[in-house]
Structures are given as structure tokens and as C-alpha cells.
Design a protein around this ligand. Structure first.
Ligand code: ZN
Length: 302
């Protein structure tokens, strides 16, 4: 888990383009496939986790990581089915989930997302917390079909229900429920084993993340598999651990903030201390996560 988290942390901070020092930061990335059913699999490379479903008509892909990986992702899917990828759904706008959009559209794939994903991809963005400018995507990379509340695909894998989780990791998160396979793709509303990044400059909030996790929990049976945006495949019990961490940190921060403490004072009080060893080692630090929670609480700085 530590290693996966560390790899993720490194990858998430990769430059969007090659640099002189590192002309191909993706050179060593390989795509790993974890079967979830006869017609469903999780793929991991660099960036957000992918899920692919397939039938005789073609494949349905959730997220597409970075542009330099498209060939490797398609090769991994080619090991599962000889049918082409027809549909690609973006769980949110971040570059480690949508970087392959233009390539895949060029292969004939139809791109889907929440309305706000397309809206953000279409213009320059600035992720304040990462101090990172993200230029607008070319028109070919923009989703062609968008939804506001929910969208259902009817495929060989059965019903695939996508529903919007408002103001969670961003303002455009889509949670993907493979109803007939008992699998959920959480997008970046879950970073498992890591304090989650909440993109407060793109409308994200701690309360939205908690609401998203509760909505997913309500869909779980005893054997549900949950694919987080980052981190390993999860069980419902592990989803409960994540929810307990989120609500625990939130409640601890609320008490201090309501007492009139500034962010610096709240951080110094260590409200996330009970969770730091398990969640705060390889990506966001305790202070960083507390900052995101503090800023995105109702009445917060954002
Ligand atoms: Zn993200």
C-alpha cells in the first residue's frame, strides 16, 4: 500500500509535458489488469484507476489517464477483447483521468462526462492547492455527451448507472455503478490509504466527499468491490474505514473552527492525529488535508 501510494504521489506531480531532464516520464509505466468479472476489469498504470467493460459491440472505458499511455491502455484492453473501445466516461476533469481523451476520440470513441467536466476542460484552469495551471483541452478532447444528474448505459455488462456527486472532489464528479456486477468506480471521491485531495478551487468540499461515500455505501452489498480513483481495490469494510476517517477529521476540525481558531491554530492542534499514521504518509500531509477540510467547511474561506 505504501509503495502504491508513493508511486501515485510521484505520478500525480509529474509535469504535463516532457522536460529536458526527463524526456519521457512515462517510459517505465506498465498497465496492470485485475479481472472483476468475465466482462469487467480494473486497469492501473499512472494516474487514476481505470475500469473497462466489454461485450460483442465494443468496450466501455472509465477514465483514460495520460495521453502518452493511450497505446499501452488500448493494448491492455486488446488482451481482454478484440472489439474496439466505443465509449469513454470521464469521472471528473483532472488531467490524470482525461489525458487520453483526444487520442481516444481520434480512435472513434464517444466521450461522456458530467456537464461541469466539459465546462472546465474547455477553458484554462488553475488548481490553487497545487499551484498548477492547466491549459484548456483541444476541442477534440471534450466530451460529446454530458449529463447533469445521472446517466445509464445499457451494455452487455448490464446496467451501468452514472450519478453526480455534487461538490465532492470537484464540482463534476460522476460515480459509476456497474449494477449487475456489484462494482463501483468512485472516481477521486476516494483515495484509499491516502488523505484525499479535494479540489476546492474546482468546487470540491469535504461535505460533498462524505455525502458521495455515504451514497456509495448505500449501494453496497456484502461482496461489492469498490475501485477508488487512487489506491487498491476496496471492500465495503474498507469503505467504512475511509468514511470513519473523513467524518472523524471533519468533526475534529469543526469543533476547533467553531471555537474561533485560525487555520494555523487548528493545524497546530493536530485534529487529524489519530489518522495520520494510516492516511497521511505518502501523499497529502496531515496539515494539508486539514487545510482542505477547514477551507471547504460551510462558511469556509472558499
Ligand atoms: Zn482528481
Amino acid at each position: 500500500m505504501r509503495l502504491i501510494a508513493l508511486l501515485f504521489a510521484l505520478v500525480f506531480t509529474l509535469p504535463a509535458a516532457a522536460t529536458e531532464e526527463d524526456p519521457d516520464p512515462f517510459a517505465t509505466v506498465e498497465i496492470a489488469t485485475t479481472p472483476l468479472a468475465d466482462d469487467l476489469a480494473m486497469l492501473e498504470g499512472a494516474g487514476g484507476n481505470l475500469v473497462v467493460a466489454w461485450d460483442d459491440a465494443g468496450a466501455f472505458l472509465v477514465d483514460d489517464q495520460y495521453a502518452p499511455l493511450t497505446g499501452r491502455i488500448l493494448a491492455a484492453i486488446g488482451e481482454l477483447t478484440d472489439r474496439p473501445v466505443r465509449f469513454v466516461l470521464n469521472t471528473h476533469w483532472h488531467f490524470d483521468h482525461t489525458g487520453g481523451n483526444e487520442n481516444l476520440a481520434g480512435e472513434g470513441c464517444l466521450l461522456f462526462s458530467h456537464d461541469n467536466v466539459r465546462r472546465r476542460l474547455a477553458v484554462d484552469q488553475f488548481i490553487a492547492f497545487l499551484d498548477r495551471e492547466v491549459p484548456a483541452s483541444p476541442p477534440a478532447a471534450l466530451p460529446v455527451v454530458t449529463f447533469s444528474d445521472s446517466l445509464t448505459f445499457h451494455l452487455g455488462v448490464g446496467q451501468v448507472r452514472v450519478f453526480h456527486a455534487p461538490h465532492a472532489h470537484t464540482d463534476g464528479d460522476g460515480i459509476v455503478h456497474f449494477v449487475d456486477r456489484d462494482v463501483i468506480h468512485a472516481g477521486d471521491t476516494i483515495f484509499f490509504g491516502l488523505y484525499p485531495f479535494i479540489d476546492t478551487s474546482a468546487g470540491g468540499s469535504i461535505d460533498g466527499v462524505i455525502a458521495a461515500v455515504k451514497a456509495m455505501r448505500a449501494l453496497c452489498g456484502p461482496d461489492t468491490r469498490i475501485v477508488p480513483g487512487h489506491g487498491p481495490l476496496m471492500t465495503p469494510a474498507q469503505l467504512d474505514e475511509y468514511l470513519a476517517m473523513l467524518t472523524g477529521v471533519r468533526e475534529a476540525v469543526v469543533v476547533l473552527k467553531d471555537a474561533g481558531m485560525s487555520l494555523t491554530e487548528v493545524q497546530a492542534a493536530g485534529p487529524a492525529a489519530p489518522w495520520d499514521e494510516a492516511w497521511g504518509q505518502a501523499w497529502l500531509t496531515s496539515d494539508q488535508f486539514v487545510e482542505l477540510v477547514y477551507a471547504s467547511l460551510p462558511g469556509g474561506a472558499d
